[in-house]
Design a protein around this ligand. Structure first.
Ligand code: ATP
Length: 372
């Protein structure tokens, strides 16, 4: 059973006279066969977390359990884990076949024949069977990463750990291997912890996403939950591209008062807000719509500053009519909608699409409605 549990896991590095808390009291429970993507900005502790699970970094406090057993003191080679790195980490003087077999020779009692069969099967799975006699220098980047993945597969481990395995590849190869990794994970059903800073990988590959910021776990949830029901403002801003728009507002009775607009709230939203007065209003660019001539409580006069046509849609930089130039927010509208810089347009920010965050703690107090 490849369950993986992190229980209060913390890593403190010495830093001159002080210290850096790289990973701060992180709890994650992964079920057998789950694909968990760990994301967050540079320096948030993603790699350190993965390295502690691999046993390449000691744990300052907390416990890591693999298949229910504490592994804090277990050496890396005795943890039933295979790791794939961004840098491939292949031995240059060995052939592909030797590289793939290497991890099997020492710690296992497999016969030469069994090793050969396992390597051949993994090479078949990764589509590199015809490359077995080559050296890494004679392979493309994509082929090298296939070999590195093949080497992890032959080990038949309880857990795969992958640290940005696709980030050295060009966009097309990355998307190909992304699909292939998903297929592979489905097929092999091995518990996988996958570190990336790539939004698309996080949204498309994982059963769940774990979002870290400054060493602290912000949320562990499915990609769509993180997108539509963010636990806090950090998650809301991190997941989604272009990012959610945020406006600081004060609650005055039943109305949110911003620098440039008033936004009346209805009963159910007010109930969620409770007695918090200092708030941040969040709205995703795709939820802002062109309102034409219609006017309502949630329509606003704006000026178009810049339009970035993407073909299928336009990314439109707007500012409220009275706002200073450059103080923009983003709406995405259909590619066939005619919008040009300098236009004065009315937009709607529908109440059912807004998010509200506590202005001090950043915690979500109200998330958008989702049609079930
Ligand atoms: P990136 O996406 O840039 O790779 P990351 O999220 O993987 O970043 P980590 O590499 O885990 O982040 O680093 C987390 C923090 O710990 C950073 O502040 C980093 O500088 C610090 N750190 C990492 N390794 C060490 C070390 N060996 N000694 C001291 N500090 C370290």
């Amino acid at each position: 059973m490849g369950t993986l549990e992190l229980d209060g896991v913390t890593k403190v590095f010495p830093d001159g006279d002080g210290e850096i808390v790289a990973v701060d009291d992180v709890d994650i429970e992964m079920r057998d066969g789950e694909f968990l993507v760990v994301v967050g900005p540079s320096g948030c502790g993603k790699s350190t977390t993965l390295r502690m699970v691999a046993g390449l970094e000691t744990i300052s406090s907390g416990e890591i359990r693999l298949a229910g057993q504490r592994v804090n003191e277990v050496k890396p080679q005795h943890r039933d884990i295979a790791m794939v790195f961004q840098s491939y980490a292949l031995y240059p003087h060995m052939t592909v076949e030797e590289n793939m077999a290497f991890g099997l020779e020492e710690p296992t009692d497999l016969s030469d024949g069994e090793i050969e069969t396992r390597v051949a099967d993994a090479a078949e799975t990764m589509g590199i069977a015809e490359l077995l006699d080559r050296k890494p220098a004679d392979l493309s980047g994509g082929q090298r990463q296939r070999v590195a993945l093949g080497r992890a597969i032959v080990r038949d481990p309880e857990v795969f750990l992958m640290d940005e395995p696709l980030s050295n590849l060009d966009a097309k190869l990355r998307s190909e291997l992304r699909t292939e990794l998903q297929r592979l994970q489905d097929e092999l059903d091995v518990t996988t912890m996958y570190v990336t800073h790539d939004q698309t990988e996080a949204m498309t590959m994982g059963d769940r996403i774990a979002i870290l910021n400054a060493g602290e776990l912000q949320q562990v949830a499915t990609p769509l939950e993180c997108y539509h029901e963010p636990a806090n403002r950090f998650v809301a801003g991190f997941i989604g591209d272009p990012s959610m728009n945020f406006f600081p507002v004060e609650r005055d009775g039943e109305t949110l008062v911003g620098d440039m607009f008033d936004y009346p709230l209805s009963g159910s939203t007010l109930d969620d807000v409770g007695d918090v007065t200092d708030l941040t209003l969040g709205v995703r660019p795709e939820d802002i719509s062109l309102a034409g001539d219609s006017a309502g409580d949630h329509t606003f006069s704006t000026v178009v500053e810049v339009v970035e046509p993407m073909g299928d849609e336009n990314t439109v930089y707007l500012r409220f009519a009275d706002a200073p130039e450059g103080e923009t927010f983003i709406a995405t509208v259909g590619g066939l909608q005619q919008v040009s810089a300098g236009d004065e347009i009315t937009v709607e920010i529908p109440e059912e699409t807004i998010h509200l965050f506590d202005g001090t703690s950043g915690e979500a107090v109200h998330n958008r409605e989702i049609d079930e």
